[in-house]
Design a protein around this ligand. Structure first.
Ligand code: NAP
Length: 243
């Protein structure tokens, strides 16, 4: 199956991380579908991708973070693109530094869990059946190393949310050890930003997108976690074909 016959659903594809992945996938000839709750984010994404690839991008307004929303998106997606062969999930948020736990509310913790874990679970439950039994299909999670340690004071809930996403990916690897679909995780232990907002040590979302698109294209590994801690790491992983 050539890239042009593959349809990638990019969950969170309108976000900072997701938009880099969507652009790189389109540049490699994939068809890509992106869902966002916000139509203006989808318009920005259309303006951001390479103009010659725009015809391969399908955008849908919807909410993949609720069970009904994900089901509606699934039906609309299958009506418009016919099939999904690959899923890349980069749901969540870029940064949270709301303060130490004793200053926080249950509402805030609920929001963090909803954004990082519940949307990841709900969309996985809706879309994994489309790809799970086919060895030519892939499902890739983008997660953050913030789940393994407190990054700096006041970022505790980011750690809690990111850790729950890491745990969920681990559970999937262990609960479905034999699933034919290539199930992988790219764990990023540094910031990701657009080229205008890069800080030292950060990954450009364009470079990260290239690496994730190469991983989706290759389909050579499964049940693997690729940890990336710096731009140099990303370069090495790409050169060695590990990612
Ligand atoms: N940015 C970083 O520095 C960084 C570093 C390491 C790892 N990561 C990983 O990358 C992920 C994405 O980060 P990002 O910077 O791209 O964040 P972002 O720009 O805020 O984008 C997040 C995306 O997630 C979607 N989303 C959030 N909550 C949702 C919900 N309840 N239901 C449905 N969709 C929801 C948003 O959809 P809408 O378009 O509908 O709003 C958005 O497209 C993070 O969660 C983390 O695991 C990021």
């Amino acid at each position: 199956m050539s890239n042009g016959d593959r349809v990638v659903l990019a969950l969170g594809g309108a976000g900072t991380v997701g938009s880099g992945i969507v652009k790189a996938l389109l540049d490699r000839g994939f068809k890509v579908a992106v869902v966002s709750r916000d139509s203006s984010r989808l318009e920005r994404l259309k303006a951001f991708v390479s103009p010659s690839t725009k015809g391969s991008l399908t955008t849908l307004v919807g909410n993949v973070g609720s069970e009904e929303g994900a089901e509606q998106v699934k039906q609309a997606l299958l009506r418009s693109v016919g099939k999904v062969t690959d899923v890349v999930s980069s749901l969540g948020f870029s940064w949270w530094q709301g303060g130490p736990p004793h200053t926080q509310t249950l509402k805030e913790l609920n929001w963090v869990i909803e954004t990082l874990l519940l949307s990841t679970f709900v969309s996985w439950k809706a879309f994994f059946p489309l790809v799970r039994d086919d060895p030519n299909c892939t499902y890739t999670f983008i997660t953050g190393g913030a789940g393994e340690k407190l990054l700096m004071p006041g970022t505790g809930f980011l750690t809690v949310g990111a850790a729950s996403a890491l745990a969920f990916c681990q559970v999937l690897r262990e609960e479905y050890p034999e699933v034919p679909c290539k199930l992988n995780q790219v764990k990023i232990n540094t910031g990701v930003a657009t080229p205008e907002r890069l800080a030292p040590g950060y990954l450009s979302h364009l470079d990260l997108g290239e690496a994730v698109a190469a991983l989706v294209e290759r389909r050579s590994s499964s049940h693997t976690t690729f940890a990336i801690s710096s731009p140099a790491d990303l370069k090495t992983a790409m050169l060695e074909g590990n990612l």
